[in-house]
Design a protein around this ligand. Structure first.
Ligand SMILES: NC(=O)C1=CN([C@@H]2O[C@H](COP(=O)(O)OP(=O)(O)OC[C@H]3O[C@@H](n4cnc5c(N)ncnc54)[C@H](OP(=O)(O)O)[C@@H]3O)[C@@H](O)[C@H]2O)C=CC1
Ligand SMILES: O=C1CO[C@H](CO)[C@@H](O)[C@@H]1O
Length: 277
């Protein structure tokens, strides 16, 4: 279990990744994303999650540069978007992301969604990028168990990670069990359900008992469940507070109560009903 903001988990290809990071979906390119990234890095974050779809890779790159922290200390994730999928187009999309991020390698590159008929060719391109040493690890996002099984049956490299929607209302039991068995790390997107969980009475009560906020309780629950978490905020105080979750522990009883909040409810789209053509 990670015990500090900069602690790392070891992925199935042996590389290390921080268990906690900053998400930047819907963070405007330019000053807003530059400042969010700089604030996070200044306060100990070492992992940033972006995507070509977020249209802010330039700002992320600029924030990293202006932070003065060396590139090797920072773990950068980006993702290939649905329209970019396919063998050649993924290689091109990757190069575009590198240029925008102003870096010569990525730490982690993900297939953003399992586009039917495309994700296997996309994966072959990811395997090439990995073999060529342009990316330290490759993984997927929004893959259900059946997508993972389909991908893995004819691929050489196993995904290191599956980044999916995960929070107390969506605990992904089947996927978690599968990933644990296959040594694929689970990573939580929308860990705070985009703010929709923060008034939950069970979480509020647990938060009061620990002298913490509900957001901090949720993020601590991720960590204790061994799920990588990447809360997004553009608000300086929240970026700092969200990471202040390494000085308390939830009890087994707290964990049980939070696990029991699952209602299989999503803030985003179910990968099986997304129009992924
Ligand atoms: N792979 C995928 O398909 C997806 C990946 N992601 C990734 O996951 C990241 C996180 O998910 P996201 O959807 O952004 O949602 P989150 O669950 O991280 O919630 C973000 C929202 O919560 C608010 N917030 C953050 N911290 C606090 C706090 N302490 N108290 C109150 N409100 C708070 C933020 O407001 P404010 O910013 O105003 O402070 C923002 O409105 C994304 O940014 C992205 O990197 C997300 C969706 C899909
Ligand atoms: O990363 C993402 C951010 O959120 C979007 C809207 O839910 C998703 O479609 C996308 O995958």
């Amino acid at each position: 279990m990670i015990t500090h903001l900069q602690d790392t988990l070891t992925l199935n290809n042996g590389i290390k990744m921080p268990g906690f990071g900053l998400g930047v979906y819907k963070v405007e390119n330019g000053e807003t994303v530059v400042n969010s990234v700089k604030t996070a890095l200044k306060h100990g974050y070492r992992s940033i999650d972006t995507a070509s779809f977020y249209d802010n890779e330039e700002g992320v790159g600029q924030g990293i540069k202006e932070s003065g922290i060396s590139r090797e200390e920072i773990f950068i994730t980006s993702k290939v978007w649905n329209e970019e999928q396919g063998y050649e187009s993924t290689l091109e999309a990757f190069d575009t992301s590198l240029k925008k991020l102003n870096t010569d390698y990525l730490d982690l590159y993900l297939i953003h969604w399992p586009v039917k008929g495309k994700y296997k060719d996309t994966w072959r391109a990811m395997e090439k990028l990995y073999a060529d040493g342009k990316v330290r690890a490759i993984g997927v996002s929004n893959f259900h168990v059946h997508h993972l099984q389909d991908l893995m049956k004819d691929s050489e490299v196993k995904p290191v990670i599956d980044q999916v929607e995960y929070h107390p209302h969506l605990t992904q039991a089947e996927l978690r069990e599968f990933c644990e068995k296959e040594n694929i790390q689970l990573e939580a997107w929308s860990p705070l359900k985009r703010g929709k969980l923060l008034d939950d009475p069970t979480l509020t009560q647990i938060a009061e008992e620990h002298g913490k906020s509900t957001a901090q309780v949720i993020l601590r629950w991720d960590i204790q469940n061994n799920v990588v978490t990447i809360p997004k905020s553009v608000t300086q105080e929240r970026i700092i507070a969200n990471a202040d979750v390494f000085n308390f522990s939830l009890t087994e009883k707290d964990m049980g109560k939070i696990n029991a909040l699952n209602i299989n409810s999503r803030a985003g789209t179910n990968p099986d009903s997304f129009d992924l053509k």
